[in-house]
Design a protein around this ligand. Structure first.
Ligand SMILES: Nc1ncnc2c1ncn2[C@@H]1O[C@H](COP(=O)(O)OP(=O)(O)OP(=O)(O)O)[C@@H](O)[C@H]1O
Length: 390
């Protein structure tokens, strides 16, 4: 068994190393931010951040999961179950995300591609507003692998479902500015999240927002990098993906952030389409029909002919968001720019005057916190994602 374990983890380790060294993922960090740092592969065997060689410790420094006491189940996503747990060594409360191991998986050792992605990306990012992967724990047998993450008290989807009144504008701004800061950091480091939505935004007890769930994230920058258009949960999916674009830009995250801002302001999902056609219709209802004048490349999108774009000449942002200031409506329109090449960047959006006009973003420490609703139901939108990993 020991030998099988060693082989298995070495196999995963080699795969991670290969994926990060391959040309499609070879990137150089941006030098435009002080937070940028070399994106370097660190071995899965380095998972406790201290420099211990594999030889020193046998099968890597990963601790066994039985050093964590599972307290309760806090979430279940497409790719694994998430538990609240106590580290019996440090007494710290952590989140344990179990990675499904399926021997039938095509990737190494039965670990899904999305889990490998999540690990490789989370190990290279370090930002206050991105969930921190502390280490990887393993079960005694070969069946379990767990991401040990900092614990966050709630996710925004559950919070939204339970709040009787909408967030105050100052609270919306507090959340959004943190989300934009995190996204700017990711984009500066060539990472597109590709699944931003309220259930993937976590809040700590101190109101700090943490972007989570990097199972669909990708490194971008390579010319003509083709990606499947069927990523991003439908309600948050941008028009270029709906229309079949395979070249994805950071703009897919920016569009999703527009949907999140809309949802926070309205206290309901902004564009809850049930099918791709309905999704596109809802976008057109809100923003008007896109034309080649505002989006010259639209005619080149492969799936355009499958859609019958209804003529709708009006932009209804001000109607739908009647209680939102003109500056707020302007920010929404910029986030919802049809042409992805003209869509606002996260870094520029974070400097938009909406955040400096009254009411100002509140301090995270005064964000509402309801630990008692932590284990309540998860919204159905999560199931609408129909994602394909590529
Ligand atoms: N670090 C954490 N702290 C607290 N709760 C968490 C943490 N990570 C995840 N969760 C909870 O578990 C849920 C599922 O986690 P996550 O989104 O990472 O899993 P997934 O399988 O990738 O989900 P999805 O189906 O949305 O892709 C989250 O919505 C959140 O409620």
């Amino acid at each position: 068994m020991k030998i099988r374990m060693a082989e298995k983890w070495e196999e995963i380790d080699a795969l991670l190393k290969m994926s990060l060294n391959s040309s499609s993922l070879a990137v150089t960090p941006s030098s435009s931010t002080s937070e940028s740092r070399p994106l370097r592969y660190t071995s899965i065997f380095d998972c406790k951040e201290k420099a211990v060689s594999q030889e020193d410790i046998g099968y890597g420094s990963c601790r066994q999961v039985n050093e964590f006491e599972k307290l309760n189940r806090i979430g279940e996503g497409t790719y694994g179950i998430v538990y609240r747990a106590r580290d019996t060594v440090s007494n710290e409360i952590v989140a344990l995300k179990k990675v499904r191991i399926d021997e039938k998986q095509s990737s190494a050792a039965g670990i899904s591609e999305s889990a490998l992605r999540e690990i490789t990306i989370l190990k290279r990012v370090k930002h206050d507003n991105v969930v921190h992967l502390k280490e990887i724990a393993v079960s005694k047998d070969i069946k379990g692998m767990f991401l040990v993450m900092e614990y966050c008290e709630q996710d925004l989807a559950t919070l939204l479902d339970h709040l009787q009144v909408p967030f105050m504008v100052a609270e919306v701004k507090c959340i959004l500015i943190q989300l934009l800061t995190a996204t700017a950091y990711l984009h500066e480091n060539f990472i597109i999240h590709r699944d931003l939505k309220v259930s993937n935004l976590l809040l700590t007890a101190g109101g700090i927002l943490k972007v989570a769930d990097f199972g669909l994230a990708r490194i971008f920058g390579e010319e003509n990098m083709r990606m499947t258009p069927r990523v991003v949960t439908l309600w948050y999916r941008c028009p270029e993906l709906l229309l079949g674009s395979t070249t994805q830009t950071p703009g897919v995250d920016i569009w999703a952030i527009g949907c999140i801002l809309g949802e926070l302001l309205l206290h309901r999902p902004l564009l809850p389409g049930k099918t791709e056609i309905e999704q596109m219709d809802k976008i057109i209802q809100l923003l008007g029909t896109p034309t080649t004048k505002i989006w010259p490349a639209i005619n080149e999108l492969p799936a355009l002919k499958s859609f019958d774009l209804k003529p709708q000449p009006f932009n209804n942002i001000k109607v739908v968001f009647e209680n939102v200031s003109p500056t707020g409506c302007e920010l929404l329109n910029l986030l919802f720019t049809y042409d992805p090449s003209k869509r606002l960047s996260a870094a520029i959006a974070a400097k938009h005057p909406y955040f400096t006009e009254s009411p100002l973003p509140c301090d995270p420490s005064v964000m509402p916190s309801y630990p008692q609703i932590r284990n309540s139901r998860k919204r159905k939108s999560t199931n609408v994602s129909t994602v394909t990993v590529s």
